[in-house]
Design a protein around this ligand. Structure first.
Ligand code: PLP
Length: 360
């Protein structure tokens, strides 16, 4: 068996310990003679899996009792619609546009009401986080929306915007569980799990109790009301059982790693190794303003398309895979999620140094 270092932005690298546990439990989960993907979601065995997963998640994140934790399908993208359907009572919401994902969320909200773009970093291809200290927040806005970590452009909010008393809603898909999060600052946040947590096919939404009401926009399907799933413990219909199980294993792994504070330190150390090298390199350059750099997604370029392509190809031959950047940025992107070990980043930086010597 030969495993690579996978720098994909998502679906992404998983902790090896988790994969091994899943392998061990595949044919016979805890003596019940079947795998988790075969069992009824109404069974006692699965009930324990989902309860444990939620309990561990709450403990890990420090979710207060007045917030619901929902395991939902449809990925991050369906949240772009589910949020306005449930929260846009005045049919007005403010969006901070820091890249593709925020833009898509804003476009979706515009189906339901007035979606204002109150700040944007489009003018410099989203290479920075705009100043959010004095935003033109709409008086009638039901919420202010951000994408906390911009997977494609490699920027991250280091300070939350001043929403002037309005509800803050955040997409935390690509830095989910990578660092502590102050839950009470948000009305709602959600993360598609395939970036930093588990396999593709699920999103975890954390939403304050008082926002989970039956009072939604007319025409909202039953399954799209947060209340429907909140009342049924995310088991209104058949959930993604397998994904819930694997995420549960990841939550346990994160607890064993020392929790989110400890993960944050490890993530800072990994990112510093790569950014320090980028700052010293004469061949490679980071694309993001220094103070807004993401700890999770690190885009970089050589400035020469052919050289970029050569680098990506040679890196792959050396077991460093999925380093090609998003087409809107070009160059390379290294995603350094929780499951990426320090040794993987060391191997990448050593390879970059060697490549730089050989190509200058
Ligand atoms: C990947 C991603 C999404 C979209 O997730 P899907 O699960 O594919 O719908 C949304 N927001 C962010 C920040 C992402 O990185």
């Amino acid at each position: 068996m030969s495993r690579v270092y996978n720098f994909s932005a998502g679906p992404a690298i998983m902790p090896e310990e988790v994969l091994r546990t899943a392998q061990k439990e595949m044919m016979d989960y805890h003596g019940c003679g079947q795998s988790v993907m075969e069992m009824s979601h109404r069974s006692g065995v699965f009930d324990e899996i989902i309860r444990e997963a939620e309990k561990d998640f709450r403990e890990l994140v420090g979710v207060p009792d007045n917030y619901k934790v929902l395991f939902l399908q449809g990925g991050g993208t369906l949240q772009f619609a589910q949020i306005p359907m449930n929260l846009m009572k005045n049919r007005v919401a403010d969006y901070i546009i820091t890249g593709n994902w925020a833009n898509k969320a804003c476009q979706e909200a515009a189906i339901y009401g007035k979606a204002n773009k109150i700040a944007s970093s489009e003018d410099r291809n989203y290479t920075y986080i705009p100043d959010c200290s004095d935003l033109p927040v709409d008086e009638d806005a039901d919420y202010v929306y951000i994408c906390h970590n911009n997977t494609i452009y490699g920027t991250q909010f280091k300070k939350l915007p001043d929403t002037k008393g309005k509800l803050l809603v955040a997409d935390v898909s690509s830095d989910f569980l990578s660092e502590p999060i102050d839950v009470e600052k948000y009305g709602l946040f959600f993360g598609g799990v395939q970036k930093n947590v588990g396999p593709a096919g699920m999103v975890i939404t954390v939403v304050r109790d008082d926002l989970v009401t039956g009072d939604v926009l007319p025409g909202t399907p039953t399954l799209m009301k947060y209340k429907t799933q909140a009342d049924k413990g995310s088991l209104y219909n058949t959930p993604n059982c397998w994904c819930i199980y694997i995420c549960g294993l990841v939550f346990r792994w994160l607890k064993a790693q020392g929790g989110l504070e400890a993960m944050h330190k490890k993530n800072e150390k990994k990112a510093a190794l790569l950014y320090d090298y980028l700052d010293s390199s004469r061949l490679f350059k980071g694309t993001v303003r220094r103070e807004d750099r993401s700890l999770m997604n690190v885009p970089f370029v050589t400035g020469d398309k052919d050289m970029d392509a050569k680098f990506v190809a040679e890196a792959a031959e050396n077991g460093l895979v999925n380093l090609k950047g998003h087409r809107t940025v070009g160059g390379m992107r290294a995603s350094l999620y929780n499951a990426m070990p320090y040794a993987g980043v060391e191997k990448l930086v050593t390879f970059m140094e060697d490549f730089e010597k050989a190509n200058s």
